[in-house]
Write a protein that binds this ligand. Structure first.
Ligand code: HEM
Length: 439
């Protein structure tokens, strides 16, 4: 008696710490218990590590030992999504999905990204304070919808944007983690509303697939490439799989990039010296720089990396060990969740001196290993959109800063909090326009 409430309290405190202050709580536990350590949460107990050697061992382990974590994202991404696939099926899916997302292909979208970036911040009056994330979200949805479906008609893009945003808004973390609410309630409950939005998005995806099938000539968007992709047996992606992969790409590729861009703008406007150095680098390229020139700028790249280090969108990776597996002499039992904690590694002062400071310079003279810097995860499940995201971040951030000038808004520092499996700013990020942004 008494043990259960104490255990529940302990798990609640850990879960709360993970949601609201992951970096500090994980560091405290690693200092107290060593690395790796066990973290009991309300969900289950995780084995957590931030040690680059352990992280590298997890990422380079036999992929058949490292299963995906759980199905909480299934209602959002579908049961056919690559994110939840295992073993040979996962490898087959990645092989089909990787070529259209290859870095070299993304260059074709440079002008789309630059124009979407300038457009998203157009029309802000001088002196006007505005929220940054709704604008970066519009930007990244614009890019992803054009890149995946080759859409150019503003009305069609708008319709897509509205249904994708609605699906994301109607599946917040509290609904994701409350499976008992995943049932109809006379058409008026949160699950009914979410299901209606999902049906609307899936109908639109089916329409786009039909459109791409009927007029494939001359198309080189991601959907067209996926339709022509064949696996080793010459088979195309079956339609239910294609549908789930498309919604995975739209959802995984949108919020992540939008939030990172928002953080980059926030951090830069809190750090005038860094912003000044970046502006010096951008200056010679003029107000509408070429995307290829932007993607080659070293300091701009370092600013994006430093943003991803300090504000990782997925702060803790997760793998479920399929069979007993040994990590540095510790036997990890089959079924255990093992978690490389980005928030531990990225804030380790031995790797990153003064880890809480925004210092892009650290990435200019140092190339971290995959176990030292992993905002896109690693190994066989590493982010499939990493090349696209890295390119988009540089081109979008460079284009916005070259075209406009903003000031930061004074106030207490904005923390990052968990929202489902990703993080978001605890309060709105706001900036003020210095001069009129061309309308
Ligand atoms: C700043 C932007 C982004 C960040 C920080 C990010 C981060 C991540 C992370 C941490 C993972 C899990 C990796 C792991 O468990 O090891 C992941 C998986 C994934 N991401 Fe991204 N991502 C971003 C943008 C994108 C984009 C633009 C796309 C596609 C258009 C995309 C598609 C995917 C897919 C399909 C997976 C699942 C891979 C698999 O399970 O095999 N992501 N991403």
């Amino acid at each position: 008696m008494g043990a259960a409430p104490a255990d529940l309290l302990h798990r609640s405190v850990n879960t709360w710490g993970l949601v609201y202050d992951a970096a500090r709580m994980l560091r405290r536990l690693a200092d107290r218990h060593g690395d790796p350590f066990v973290l009991p949460t309300l969900d289950e107990s995780y084995v957590v590590t931030g040690d680059p050697r352990h992280v590298a061992a997890i990422f380079s382990a036999d992929p058949d030992v490292m299963d995906p974590p759980s199905g909480v994202v299934e209602p959002l991404l579908g049961d056919e999504t690559v994110v939840l696939a295992r073993g040979a099926r996962h490898r087959r899916k990645r092989k089909l999905l990787a070529p259209p997302l290859h870095g070299a292909r993304m260059k074709a979208y440079g002008d789309v990204i630059a124009e979407a970036a300038r457009g998203a911040f157009r029309g802000v009056a001088p002196g006007e304070a505005f929220e940054v994330l709704p604008r970066t979200q519009r930007l990244s949805l614009d890019v992803i919808v054009r890149a995946i479906f080759g859409l150019t008609d503003p009305g069609a893009i708008e319709r897509f944007q509205s249904s994708v945003s609605e699906v994301i808004d109607r599946f917040p973390a509290w609904l994701m983690f409350s499976p008992w609410l995943h049932r109809p309630m006379g058409g008026v409950g949160p699950w009914d509303r979410y299901q209606r939005s999902t049906r609307r998005l899936l109908d639109q995806l089916r329409e786009e697939i039909a459109r791409a099938r009927s007029a494939s000539e001359g198309r080189d968007d991601i959907l067209a490439l996926l339709l022509s992709a064949r696996d080793e047996d010459g088979a195309p992606l079956p339609e239910p799989e294609l549908l789930d992969e498309l919604r995975t790409l739209v959802i995984a590729g949108h919020e992540t990039t939008a939030t990172t861009l928002g953080w980059a703008l926030y951090r830069l406007h809190q750090n005038p010296t860094v912003l000044g150095r970046l502006r010096d680098e951008l200056g010679p390229l003029g107000r509408t720089p070429e995307p290829s020139a932007l993607s080659a700028l070293p300091y701009l790249g370092a600013v994006c990396d430093e943003t991803l280090r300090l504000q990782p969108i997925v702060p803790i990776m997760a793998r479920r060990v399929a069979r007993d597996w040994t990590l540095d002499g510790h036997v990890i039992a089959a079924g255990t969740m093992i978690c490389p904690a980005v928030m531990l590694t990225h804030f380790d002062p031995r790797l990153y001196p003064s880890p809480s400071e925004f210092r892009p310079e650290r990435f200019l003279s140092w190339r971290p290993s995959p176990g030292e810097f992993y905002p896109y995860g690693g190994g066989a499940r590493r982010c499939l959109g990493a090349a696209m995201a890295g390119y988009e971040l540089k081109v979008a951030l460079g284009s916005v800063l070259a075209a406009y000038r903003f000031d930061g808004v004074p106030g207490p520092a904005i923390a990052s909090v968990m929202n489902g499996v990703t993080t978001r700013p605890a309060r709105p990020i706001r900036l003020v326009a210095c001069t009129s942004t061309p309308g």
